[in-house]
Each structure stands twice: as structure tokens, then as C-alpha cells.
Design a protein around this ligand. Sequence first.
Ligand code: ZN
Ligand code: ZN
Length: 364
Amino acid sequence: MSMDRPDRVAAQLAERGLDALLVTDLVNVRWLTGFSGSNGLAVVGPGDQRLFLTDFRYLTQSAEQLDDAWERTVAPEILIAGAVAVAAPAEGSDGPLRVGFDDEHVSVKDHGTLASKVADGVELVPAGGLVEELRMVKDPGELAAIRAAAQLADAALTEVLGRGLAGRTEREVALDLEFTMRRAGAEAPSFPSIIASGTHSALPHAAPRDVEIPAGTLVTIDWGARLDGYASDCTRTYATGELDPRDREIYDLVLEAQETSLAAVRAGVGGREVDAVARDIITAAGHGEHFGHGLGHGVGAEVHEGPRLSQRSEATLAVGQVVTVEPGVYVPGAIGVRIEDLAVVTEDGAEVLSGLPKHLQVIA
Ligand code: ZN
Ligand code: ZN
């Protein structure tokens, strides 16, 4: 870790008028502490307090993964009840202790448990998104993991395409791709792979079917690999033979929108502005209503995280963020095309992590 993440969180506490933060979401816990088990909770502050709770099963693993700054405690399996003990006003302190909790992830039930057990004078304050905001900017180690995941995913798809597309079922191709990524060292696919051919490609989140991929159509493949806790995400659309001119036209339109909006990515630009670059091109071609999702999203420990690139985004891109640029045109009942790259935001542009070509390729 190039920066001390717990200290970055502690600095945020001061800014938000909090004395402590309960970190309960496991992705946030892993980012903060390095712990990758299935039950862990971290408390940052007050002061330089760094407390980690887990259950009996993770005694050894947590000792290996956490550094000495963390005081480790074994708690009952419902960790949030154990967290209450630490969130108590110090001896002799006056006034309530303001303890932030992740209202975007803590269930109503857990919040009830917490509220019923906190000491008098402790105030539970919604602080959702605090860690997620810090997670948006990646350090060099995180960028290396995402880059490696993207390279692994590219190599796996290249291998799968070598076995052809037409005549295989969407499910066969999806399984082949996921198996190939796992065999190459991926922990898992980042998400269930999308293999969508023909009219099915008009569904942005199509699930692979037991249907043979026909010749002479388009196939959208959206896939990613998870490696060292980080995800990749990419989409390519391939032809399986000679295309209907309409399909070719839509491909060229999406490619133009993708390349132009990708070229607009750089630090200081708004997520809404980048989205508009692609959306204006697609709208001018008469397909505005066929581009019904945002242009992109952040990628890191989670495949969908901040910042968003969309019509409603309030994000301003910053150096070290990793975002997708993925315009699509989906004509219901006819055809769909999506082209997606993964890129690191830099001072004056973007470093593209997805390496596969984007000109229309025929994979029979
Ligand atoms: Zn994707
Ligand atoms: Zn995506």
C-alpha cells in the first residue's frame, strides 16, 4: 500500500465531524485492512484506534493479513453487536460520541441491534459512501492488479475466439470463456459473462442461452476476470459472417461514439460531459432512444463502483480513477452493439487497459 488507508479514513472522519467509523461492508473491510475472509468488521478512531473484529474461524487468517496497527478481537459471529463495546465514550469524556455507520450497507436489523446496544450518549450517524469515495482513486498496486486482470481476460477471450463462435451455443462459449479465465489464474469471472447473438444482442444484460450462434450476425461479449481482489470489465461485438448493412451501420456508429467519448476522458472532466459526447453522436444518428444506459462506471474491487459516467453523474474525473467507456445501441427485436474499454484516468487523457482490437472482426 503506497498510502496508509486507515489514516486516509481517519482524515475523513475529522472532516465529517465523526469520532469513529464502523466499516462493515466486506469489500470496504478488505480495502481498509487487507482481510479477505467472509466475516470481519473494522473500527477506525477515535484517535488512532484501529480495531478489527472477526470470529473464531478467522483468527489465523486475520493475523496473517492485518498489520500491527490493528488491534484484533474475536467477537461473537454477529460482529456488529461486538462493535458496540468499542463505540463507547471514553472515561470522563463529555458530550456524545458520533459514530458513523454505513447506511448503504447496514441492514435495518443490524442497525436495530446497534442502536439498542450503544452506550448512552453515543450517536449513530449515517456515513455511507465514505470509504467508497476513497476507493475511487487507485494506488499503483491496485492499478497493477486491474491491468493484470484485463490482460488475463483479453488472453482468455482470444483463446476462446480461436475455437470459433458460429455453431456453438451461447452457453458453451460463456462456459469456455469462464473456464479459460479460471485456468489462467483468475479467482473468478468479474460477473456472469454475457454472450448475446442475433436479436438477443438487443438486450443489454442478456443471459447466455442454449441457442446456437448463427452465421451472419453480431455477437456481443461482455466479460471480465477477477484477480487479486480486483475486477476487469470489457465488451467486444463480433460478426459471424457477412452482415446486413443495417447491422454494420450500427456497429460503425457505436465504434465512433466509443472512440470519441474515450478520447474525452481526462482528469477534471465531468462524468456527465463524457457521457454526452457519446450520447450526442448516437442521438444525431437517430438512435438516442436505443442507448438507454449510462456511458460507464468505475471499476476496482467491485466491477461496478464510482465514479459514474451518465446523464445524472455529478462526478468529476480524477487521476487514478479507473472507468469503463461503453456506449451501446439496442434496437429491440433487431440487433444490439456495445463496445467497452477499461481505462485509467490520467492528467491529460486515459491509459486504456483493454487491448483487443475494436475494428469489426469476423469470427466464424
Ligand atoms: Zn462490461
Ligand atoms: Zn461495464
